[in-house]
Design a binder for this molecule. Structure first.
Ligand SMILES: NC(=O)c1ccc[n+]([C@@H]2O[C@H](COP(=O)([O-])OP(=O)(O)OC[C@H]3O[C@@H](n4cnc5c(N)ncnc54)[C@H](O)[C@@H]3O)[C@@H](O)[C@H]2O)c1
Ligand SMILES: O=C(O)C(=O)C[C@@H](O)[C@H](O)[C@H](O)COP(=O)(O)O
Ligand SMILES: [Zn+2]
Length: 364
């Protein structure tokens, strides 16, 4: 198919699946071979449906396609909204041979994936991500779930999709703030695993902000390669996969503190990465010049560089205490031992962590 630009695979043995990347794939790409039964349930939201639902339905010729429409927003990534997916599945008599399809950003993807992991003890699902963030990150790797008022993504399951269909053209309708949020996770890959990509990003970040199709296609492909490798090496985050959490220990605390949806996930991760870079520099792992380079790139992407006003060091410490990476009450952070090389550690000095928080937060 001519509008298919790139294809790669997430190699997980019998759970392996393809990622298709192209321009104008929605409506022009037959996904029915990834649907074992006759039923398809597309889960989307009220913003995405008017834009892309019709062309998504066209990807499943010959199937019974039903839809569930969710309210839009991170604040709806909860039990009540998840239950709407089960309501729709049961009302339309979907059996355990059904396939769910997530059409939208990471919120829809995480919820539809979690619903698929649970419905009738587990059914297959397909990811059709329509935000930059979901195309470079959340649609790949099988982390699914919902938020709890006391912590991000606290309830969920690992459940891999059957396939991921990325139509880069869908990004042309994305609001600028969401584009910047997506770039945060793109920068993450450069910082944790790919120094060449980091240098490329420093040159082309403006083109990503401006939604230049060639820059987007390259960034999405390189991000997906990086994520697919990390997931293939460590599907359930026993070790290495945790580097994908760079900036997230601080970032998730910011999202929870601010109230889900007030700060976008990518915005919180961007600030979290600047904080992680500062701590890495204080630990003597990277130079202050590296740290400034990271901060510059994140700011150039249009992202905030400081936590929300009023968030104190104690707020951070209390919220980070429930981070999923912690073991036996010990905080584990993803830090940089060089640009392009991340490490998960519980060894950061408490004094340096306190100093980092003091530099970024106002007085208690
Ligand atoms: N599972 C994972 O591995 C993983 C990875 C990263 C982030 N996440 C999760 O993903 C979520 C963030 O995802 P997100 O940034 O995509 O946010 P989102 O899902 O809230 O989407 C952002 C906004 O863009 C709208 N939208 C979606 N596609 C659009 C389009 N093409 N044109 C116009 N508007 C569009 C959405 O309706 C929403 O208003 C968070 O909950 C985060 O925790 C999960
Ligand atoms: O896929 C992963 O692994 C990640 O950590 C990717 C993150 O960008 C993403 O935000 C993920 O949802 C965070 O997972 P969590 O386990 O820290 O909730
Ligand atoms: Zn993330």
């Amino acid at each position: 198919m001519s509008n298919l630009l790139r294809e790669l695979s997430v190699d997980l043995g019998e759970r392996s699946y393809p990622i298709f990347i192209g321009q104008g794939l929605l409506g022009n790409f037959d996904l029915s071979r990834f649907v074992a039964g006759s039923q398809v349930m597309i889960v989307t939201n009220e913003t995405v449906a008017p834009l892309y639902l019709e062309s998504a339905i066209a990807c499943f010729p010959g199937k019974q396609v039903d839809t569930v429409l969710l309210p839009d927003g991170e604040s709806f990534k909860d039990w009540q909204t998840l239950n709407r997916i089960f309501d729709g599945l049961l009302e339309h008599r979907h059996t355990r041979k059904t396939t769910l399809v997530a059409l939208g950003g990471g919120v829809v993807g995480d919820m539809a994936g979690f619903a698929a992991a649970c419905y009738q003890r587990g059914v297959p699902f397909i990811q059709i991500p329509t935000t930059l963030l979901s195309q470079v990150d959340s649609s790949v790797g099988g982390k699914t779930g919902i938020n709890h008022p006391l912590g991000k993504n606290m309830i969920g399951a690992f459940h891999q999709p059957q396939a991921v269909l990325i139509d880069t053209r869908s990004l042309q309708t994305l609001p600028p703030r969401e584009v910047s949020a997506g770039i945060a996770e793109v920068i993450k890959y450069g910082l944790i695993r790919d120094l060449d990509f980091l240098a490329w990003l420093e040159e082309r970040v403006g083109d990503l902000v401006a939604l230049k199709p060639d820059a987007l296609a390259e960034a999405i492909y390189r991000s997906c390669v990086c994520k697919a490798e990390a997931v293939a090496l460590d599907e359930r985050e026993g070790g290495l996969r945790a580097i994908l959490n760079l900036g997230h220990t601080f970032g998730h605390a910011i999202e929870t503190f601010a109230g889900y949806g007030s700060w976008l996930h990518g915005e919180a991760v961007g600030t979290g990465m600047i904080m992680a870079a500062e701590l890495s520099a204080l630990e003597g792992m990277i130079s202050q010049a590296d740290c400034q380079r990271i901060t510059r790139l994140i700011l150039d992407a249009g992202l905030p560089g400081k936590p929300p006003t009023g968030m104190t060091a104690d707020d951070f410490m209390n919220l980070m205490a429930v981070d999923k990476k912690n073991i036996d009450g010990q905080l584990r952070l993803v830090l940089l031992r060089a640009l392009g090389d991340a490490v998960v550690t519980s060894e950061a000095s408490p004094d340096n962590l306190a100093l980092t928080l003091a530099r970024f937060c106002g007085p208690q």
